[in-house]
Design a protein around this ligand. Structure first.
Ligand SMILES: *Cc1c(COP(=O)(O)O)cnc(C)c1O
Length: 375
């Protein structure tokens, strides 16, 4: 057992991997600019360090969901363009406007709210108008689009806003060949056609990497920046996973054959064996359906979670492996050491990597390193 202090668990984030991925994506984007999607704490990787690494790699701006996320970037001293794209009615906008955050609007009422904030703060806002081309989520429908454009052009004529972008989002860019892709591109061209000269953007990671015709003036990769494939069936695209999630064995003990393990005794030892206790649970984002399913690495050997994942901890059956308290348990990482990847976790849990990394809880410190600096 190590006597020096170690954290019970940590998410190590290799910023040089994020920078590498950003550079690779910028290259793939051709001449388009790149807005790095850093919403949800940079997909769980830590907002500010990840944003800086993406900017180092060639991103020219940052995209977030909420106004609060945008303000957090500004408060950290980041001066690059930041776009916030999910704004409910009544959202306080003055601080973001005063700090030079760009805002998305998908309805005339939001143009009005932005204009009101501009009048209060005295600072003009760059607005990106959002058109719903077929995802049926945010943005104006084709029917509502002309009214939104009218409201925005009127506010622009008054000098209150600058219409700086027209944008949309794909429903199925991660399903190559899906018929909705071409329909969305056609609808996007038609909507953007009434705003000549305004920057256009629609591509997420999957579209950026597989649809050259979707790159337009700006691309908005998220998941690929963190080194996780937007289309796992097509491979890793040369991306490098940035996050390694580890813990230290909190307890190791020998138990007899026939021992029931964790809540509900969903696992029973089939021989005398050694159990290891891992101090991470569903409160930390280790999903409960990882019970008896997901794998971890201990000293170069893989073990499957044994029994119920609890709120703060889970157990593994180490067999006769000579692990001791304090030994490192790797839940996932880039895969260099035969540890599981985040993609393997996602596959075994029936979800996508986005959900695995964004759910890692606040109890798990993000430790930022630059281990992959090979350039
Ligand atoms: C999250 C998000 C992205 C990035 O998507 P990825 O699939 O992670 O690349 C781009 N645009 C919008 C509007 C988003 O919400």
């Amino acid at each position: 057992m190590s006597s020096s202090f170690v954290t019970p668990a940590e998410a190590r984030v290799d910023l040089s991997a994020i920078r590498h991925n950003a550079a690779l994506l910028k290259e793939a984007a051709g001449g388009a600019e790149m807005m790095a999607a850093v919403k949800a704490d940079a997909y769980g990787h830590g907002l500010v360090p990840s944003a800086r690494a993406a900017l180092e790699g060639g991103a020219t701006g940052l995209g977030v969901a909420t106004v609060r996320e945008a303000v957090a970037l500004r408060d950290a001293g980041i001066t690059a363009p930041v776009l916030a794209w999910l704004i409910p009615p009544g959202e306080p906008l003055d601080e973001a406007v005063a700090k030079g955050v760009d805002l998305s609007a998908g309805a005339p009422w939001l143009v009005d709210e932005i204009a009101a904030a501009v009048r209060r703060t005295g600072r003009t806002v760059n607005v990106h108008l959002k058109v719903d081309t077929g995802i049926s989520r945010g943005g104006a429908t084709a029917e509502a689009w002309p009214d939104l454009v009218d409201a925005a052009l009127k506010a622009q004529a008054e000098g209150v806003i600058v219409v700086d972008g027209v944008w949309s989002h794909f429903a199925c860019a991660d399903i190559p060949g899906h018929p909705s892709i071409d329909r969305q591109l056609a609808a996007f061209d038609e909507a953007a056609g009434i705003l000549p000269g305004v920057r256009r953007h629609i591509a997420n990671s999957a579209a950026l990497l597989t649809l050259p015709q979707a790159r337009y003036d700006l691309v908005r990769p998220g998941i690929a920046l963190y080194g996780l494939s937007p289309i796992p069936e097509m491979g890793d695209f040369g991306l490098r996973p940035a996050m390694t999630l580890t813990a230290r064995l909190a307890l190791v003990k020998r138990v007899p054959k026939g021992t029931g393990v964790s809540y509900g005794h969903l696992y029973t030892t089939d021989r005398e064996t050694t159990l290891g206790l891992v101090p991470l649970g569903y409160a930390d984002g280790i999903m409960r359906n990882a019970t008896n399913r997901a794998q971890v690495l201990v000293n170069d050997q893989r073990f499957t979670i044994a029994g119920r994942v609890c709120m703060d901890q889970f157990t593994i059956d180490l067999g006769d492996h000579p692990a001791t308290e304090g030994d490192e348990v790797v839940l996932f990482g880039p895969g260099d050491r035969n540890e599981p990847t985040c993609q393997e976790w996602a596959d075994s849990l029936g979800t996508i990597t986005h959900e695995i990394v964004t759910r890692i809880g606040t109890r798990v410190p993000r430790v930022h390193v630059r281990q992959g600096d090979r350039e």
